[in-house]
Design a protein around this ligand. Structure first.
Ligand code: IPM
Ligand code: MG
Length: 357
């Protein structure tokens, strides 16, 4: 089969890790006789430098015309002082909303061989951890009206607004329940319904949607409690569904149970098959271009692309198993390094995974 993939290496370590994920896909293409065509486009800081815009029209068009998008990371100190709508991060938000990708799936799985890299105690980890965070991605406070003004006392003030509509909550709730049904059939909805009206609506609607999934157990947690529970007793979680900002925060927290933020992939999905696949970590400008970044989150994101957008389940499993094998053979990038392990760079890690496909 033939698939067109738009690639966005982006900034910082983005190009380092995307290169490795492309190599893995090429190898899978050879093995299974698929044609993966890659078209590289600009977004983020490098796009600002080249065109003045974080998300050029050309990039949006190429992504829309592709079967899926593979993205590295955007942002860096060089662009930190630009106004909000000119920042590199704007590219990511723009792309997600332009492509209608409202469901962000972030699986946090602790590989057995990475137990030592996980900061939690062995008795908390038990025989492993496997949680999926389903983050709403195109609504909430990241997309609400924001601005600055002078108040009645003559002081400058700034505001951001958090809005959710019933259809927005319904569709993300359905995504979460559909995922839970194929797993351990438990959904935890995270909100701040003791304070926020948008959270009260969220809770109501998630409860309503749950009625269509009688075999799935639903519970609700306030976000502050959920943040604590993730560390105290992560085993209680199967699927966590939450709003854009809470999901952003909790998925970074959940990534640590995998040993490193460099391990956690993500899929952003909408109503059609085109998805955006990216690691959840940032551009780590301090180690960019030094062959130090962990490419695994991006490689696992490519596996998610095969599974969710191309329905190539076997090929996706082959990539995930190769990652497990390489980790089982004690190869580690710096972020997941522990004593007795063999430290390798970005390229070597990518090559080892390719060899084990
Ligand atoms: C993420 C990132 C982005 C987000 C940033 C870079 C805009 O933190 O994907 O989690 O907040 O969504
Ligand atoms: Mg984040």
């Amino acid at each position: 089969m033939e698939f067109n993939i738009a690639t966005i290496p982006g900034d910082g370590i983005g190009p380092d890790i995307v290169e490795q994920a492309i190599n893995v896909l090429k190898q899978i293409g050879k093995k299974y006789k698929h044609n993966f065509n890659f078209t590289e486009v600009l977004a983020g800081g490098c796009a600002i430098d080249a065109t003045g815009e974080p998300l050029p029209m050309q990039t949006i068009r190429t992504c829309q015309d592709s079967d899926s998008v593979l993205l590295g990371a955007v942002g860096g100190p060089k662009w930190d002082n630009l106004p909000g709508d000119k920042r590199p991060e704007k590219a990511l938000l723009g792309l997600r909303s332009q492509l209608g990708l409202y469901a962000n799936i972030r699986p946090a799985i602790l590989h057995k061989s990475l137990k030592d890299a996980c900061p939690l105690k062995p008795e908390i980890i038990g025989d492993g951890l496997d949680i999926v965070v389903v983050r709403e991605l195109t609504g909430g406070i990241y997309f609400g009206k924001r601005g600055r003004m002078i108040n009645n006392q003559g002081n400058e003030e700034a505001f951001d607004t958090l809005t959710y509509s019933i259809p927005e909550i319904e569709r993300i709730a359905k995504s979460a329940f559909d995922i839970a049904i194929k797993r351990n059939k438990k959904v935890t909805s995270v909100d701040k319904a003791n304070i926020l009206e948008s959270s009260r609506l969220w809770r109501e609607i998630v409860t309503e949607v749950a009625k269509d999934y009688p075999e799935v157990a639903l519970n609700h947690l306030y976000v502050d409690n959920a943040a604590m529970q993730l560390i105290l007793n992560p085993k209680q979680f199967d699927v966590i569904i939450t709003s854009n900002m809470f999901g952003d925060i909790l998925s970074d927290e959940a990534s640590m149970i995998t040993g490193s933020i460099g391990m956690l992939p993500s899929a952003s999905l909408g109503n059609d098959k085109t998805g955006l696949y990216e690691p959840i970590h940032g551009s780590a400008p301090d180690i960019a271009g030094q062959n130090k970044a962990n490419p695994i989150a991006t490689i696992l994101s490519a596996a998610m692309m095969l599974r969710y957008s191309f329905t190539l389940e076997e090929e996706a499993n082959v990539i995930e198993n190769a990652v497990t094998k390489v980790l089982g053979s004690n190869y580690r990038t710096g972020d997941i390094m522990s004593s007795g392990m063999k430290e390798v760079g970005t390229k070597e890690m990518g090559e080892l995974i390719c060899k084990n496909l």
